[in-house]
Design a binder for this molecule. Sequence first.
Ligand SMILES: Cc1cc2nc3c(=O)[nH]c(=O)nc-3n(C[C@H](O)[C@H](O)[C@H](O)COP(=O)(O)OP(=O)(O)OC[C@H]3O[C@@H](n4cnc5c(N)ncnc54)[C@H](O)[C@@H]3O)c2cc1C
Length: 421
Amino acid sequence: MKTHYQVLIIGGGTGGIMTAAQFRRKRPTASIAIVEPNEDHWYQPAWTLVGAGTFDFEATRRKESTVIPAGVDWIKDKATVFLPEENKIRTEKSGEISYDYLIVSAGIKMDIDALPGLREALQTDFVCSNYLDPRKTYRLLKNFKGGNAIFTQPTTPIRCGGAPQKIMYMAEEYLRKHGLREKTNILFATPGSVIFGVKEFADTLNSIIRSRKIIFKPFYAPVRIDPVKREIIFKYVNPNAAIDPNSLNGNLGESLNDQGEVVMKYDLLHLAPPQAAPDFIQSSPFAYQDGPNKGWMEVDIHTLQHPRYRNVFGVGDAAALPTAKTGAAIRKQAPVVVGNIIHLMEHKQEAMQQYSGYSSCPIVTGYGKMLLCEFKYDNVRDSDPFLKRFVDTTKEQWSMWILKKYGLPWLYWNMMLKGRM
Ligand SMILES: Cc1cc2nc3c(=O)[nH]c(=O)nc-3n(C[C@H](O)[C@H](O)[C@H](O)COP(=O)(O)OP(=O)(O)OC[C@H]3O[C@@H](n4cnc5c(N)ncnc54)[C@H](O)[C@@H]3O)c2cc1C
């Protein structure tokens, strides 16, 4: 087994495969390896559709061996320790591997225990998450008989920030079509202050929420779940005001407890679990040691290069980037990292290419409807100029739904993972 590579990539998920494939195309002779312990590679963006019963879960999985680009070595192992002073990593079974350049793309950890009660609640038939098991979401939706359907998200950064509300719109339509809407309160509770950060898309989402009688609760941060009483407890986190007791909704069984927290009864609860960088990144010299980004991989937000270890780059969900953590974002990050490493290799000069913070959240708002929310740093809309000429992506569009359901999965497997886009 080789113990040195010019380019060593940690993680064979979306970021790892896209960067490896693009590297191979640009520099076919470079020696590249991917360290990845799992046998399967997942197309997670379709899990929203799986949760709504309109996409086959098995079609979101491919064997890792089939997505590793030809000519790239797969080290089927876990990275455990980074030794950047020596340009090496330690692995669980394969010993130490050294590199000239390192790309870290190890994804995100579902931090279930960071929300007390969640682990136990997930064992019940009332609580589900598309982030963990989208098939269960659909099973619970099919068995739901009415009551309070609560959709929420944590205070931590999450992958695909729009996913917690996408499934809510789908569920709302599902329940309407199955004659249960009149018997159901649908509620979206978020620690954030708005439904979406980019105004052009938020305007449409707010009007959808109003017209479909969805109850929107901003500043609601989930703090624990009581799976026995079937209650979720929120802290009201508005920095400018205390909660107005008159805003509590009796129909939801909403009340204040002795600590001033909001207690809500649920009959169906969908949530994104709290999320964090994987432990071996958190405890590494690559992570922010304190501050709001503590634990996430430190990189220059434009060049994606580590500020102290100049031959180290971060891609994807593990990196501390002030934009939405999505596969779409990685599609724009990968060429920047590849270009910057090639530049360093060939000219021994600093990284030049810049990532704009582009990300995209395809917000499905029902069966056959979607907004394509594209934006960059500072919540600035960044819709594809070509697409914009033909489609108003700030409005619900059937064409965008077709893109989500059929186009994007095809592009992912056949173009993006092959380094062709
Ligand atoms: C419900 C849901 C809906 C989503 N919707 C969308 C969407 O509509 N559009 C969109 O663009 N994105 C969407 N996403 C987000 C998208 O899937 C992620 O942003 C993307 O997969 C992140 O890629 P990544 O490479 O950072 O992580 P991953 O793809 O998770 O890959 C990380 C890899 O690192 C490996 N790894 C972990 N630890 C180690 C270790 N110690 N050593 C070696 N390897 C390790 C893991 O096994 C994994 O294979 C969605 C995600 C979810 C869950």
